[in-house]
Every structure is written in structure tokens, then in C-alpha cells.
Design a protein around this ligand. Sequence first.
Ligand code: 8ID
Ligand code: ZN
Length: 357
Amino acid sequence: MAAPRMTPDLPTEQWAQVVEETGKPVVYKKIPVRQPGPDEVLINIKYSGVCHTDLHAVNGDWPIPTKLPLVGGHEGAGVVVGLGSLVEDIKLGDYAGVKWINGTCLQCSFCQQADEPLCSKALLSGYTVDGTFQEYCIAKAAHVARIPKECNLEAIAPVLCAGITVYKGLKESNARPGQTVAIVGAGGGLGSLACQYAKAMGLEIIAIDGGEDKRAMTASLGAKHFVDFMASKDVVSDVKAATEDGLGPHAAIVVAASEKPFQQAADYVRPRGSVVAIGLPSGAYLRAPVFDTVIKMITIKGSYVGNRKDSAEAIEFFRRGLINAPYKTCGLSELQKVYDLMQQGNIAGRYVVDTSK
Ligand code: 8ID
Ligand code: ZN
């Protein structure tokens, strides 16, 4: 097999944040830099967003086990520094992104119909394969996100999971321009991006989250209304009251990382409305009254990241300047602090880590 083409003088060791045991703090240490396989690329990750999914992986609270030891992270933006011998459509020096879907078989019926996230052989960045909390990360060339050179790598990092996921979820909701969506968990990482995508898609936004910081942030991102789930005595009637005719929003995009809102959304969407479940709180169940769901013809569905086309579209919204969600940046070495803040629900928007620090 032909050797990969590599940028000269790459290091053989690099800094990474490693989950050695679930439920324990991550360990900042040096690990080897791997060489890409024939269908893979090696990306020098400059910035990576920190998604709540990474915290689920550290906590080990989902039903599918993580690889261990594990390098987490799946919102990595950087520069291509290595190309497997079969890779033809990416060049050394290109900007590229590593997403949650690191690779899929490209052959099964789901891959054939552009439902790659449903592929049973999908490799998941920062979960079943090492992800972006390291300086040099590998992904399958077919799934690497192509990032135009004019994009800022720090600002685009959160688009690579949060942006793609909420853009897909908004499409899955079938809400049309001019209609109203409730974004539940609007003050978090996915939620802040959802506000921006919903605004760009011509939707009116009811943001649901807790606290003054998140109220102010979601208002600046385009939300017309805010329902504070921590202060409200009746979230369902407050959400309905935020719509002009009192019938409730056309869709609810539920990106919260707790169970309760998944049990409320079907009660406030309007007849023919849809509930799109995106957040993945551990051990949680959806709940809806059968009677009302039937006679209001409510749709309840799940939405899981996006396919390669959704990813390219979500990046194009960013390239056109339509997506400006707030983020704070810190060093990769400080990742555990970000997890601690996230666990407490104390992050408005997204944290991005700079892998060089
Ligand atoms: O493809 C997918 N379906 C996908 C992709 C990426 C992430 C799913 N996720 C999942 C994550 O695993 C996580 O479970 O989406 C969830 C949210 O991820 P995130 O946006 O990265 O998490 P965050 O930044 O911590 O934001 C969560 C927000 O939810 C709010 C919090 O205040 C926070 O702002 N929230 C909670 I917790 N309970 C709430 C409630 N009852 C609530 N907001 C409204 N009502
Ligand atoms: Zn994610």
C-alpha cells in the first residue's frame, strides 16, 4: 500500500485530553500522532467546540459504551496535514472539520439514501474512535467537512456538531418561514445555534431556558420571546401565550439535556405541530397524552446530527455570515473546567478549546 502524503516535519507526539475511566476527570497528557489509513485524512485541529455529548461520554451515562481510553471531541476545525493514498479530492493545507460522524460504510441502504447517521457501522468521533481534543485527529475522507478558506476556524467549530444538528432538526420539524418554533434549551450550545439558524430560516422564536444571562443572549440571537423554565409556574401555558393566537408554536426543537421538557412539548405545540427530540438526557423518556396527540395530529420524532449534505448546507449558512453564535475560548488544557461549568448548566452558548494551549 502506498504511503500517505504528509506535511513535512509533523511531530510524533502531541497534547491530548484523555478519558481513562468514565466518571473521572479527563487527563491532559502526551500521546502519539497516528498516521492516516488509505481512506483517511489527518487534520491538525486548531479549535474544537465542547458539546454536551462529550460530557455524556466522560460520565459514561449513555446506553452505548465508549472506547477507552478515549480522546473526546467532535467539533474540530483545522488544517489537513496528511492524506491517505486513496484520497483524491482534498489537498494538504485545506481547511477541514471533524464531525460526530467520523466515517460510515457508504454501502448499506441507509448510507445509500443519505441517512449516513443511521449506518450500523458508523464510527463516532470522540466516542467510538478518538476525536478532536488532541492536536492531530483522523477522520474518513468521505465524511470530513470541507471548510471554505474564508471561514474563521474558531467560530465555525461549533457549527460542526451543534450547527449541523439543529439545522437538520429545524428541517425535520417542517416549520415554514413565518411560523413559530420553540427552542427548548435555547441558551446552551445547540440552542444558541438553533436560534441563529431558525432566524436565518425566517422562523419566529420562543426561547425556553433558565436565567437572565440566557434570556439576554437568546434575545440578541433573534428570539422574540423567552420562557424561563426555572421561574415559570406553568411552562405550557406561558409558551402558548407567547404565540399571537394562543395556539402554541408550530414546532418545538428540544435540545435540553434534561427529561422534563421532553414531557411538556407535546402539550404546547399547536394542532398539526411537531416535537423534534434532539437532546439526549440519560435514561429519559418522551411522554405525550395519546388522546391529545391523536386529535391534534401531533408529530413526535427524533433527529440525529445530519448527513454530508446537511453538513455542507449548515457550513454554507455560516460562510454567508448568517450564523454568529457566541462562544468563549480557552486552552485544551482547561477542558475539565468546561465540563464542570456544563454539568452545572452554567454555560450560555458554547465553549471552544484552542488545542495549542
Ligand atoms: O444529534 C443529536 N441528536 C445531538 C447532537 C449533539 C448533541 C444531540 N445532542 C445532545 C447532547 O448530548 C445533549 O444531551 O443535545 C443535548 C444538548 O447539548 P448542548 O447544547 O451541547 O448542551 P448544553 O450547552 O449543556 O445546553 C443544554 C441547555 O439545556 C438547558 C440548560 O439550561 C442548557 O442551557 N435546559 C435544561 I439542562 N433543562 C431545561 C429545561 N427544563 C433546559 N432548558 C429548558 N427547559
Ligand atoms: Zn455534539
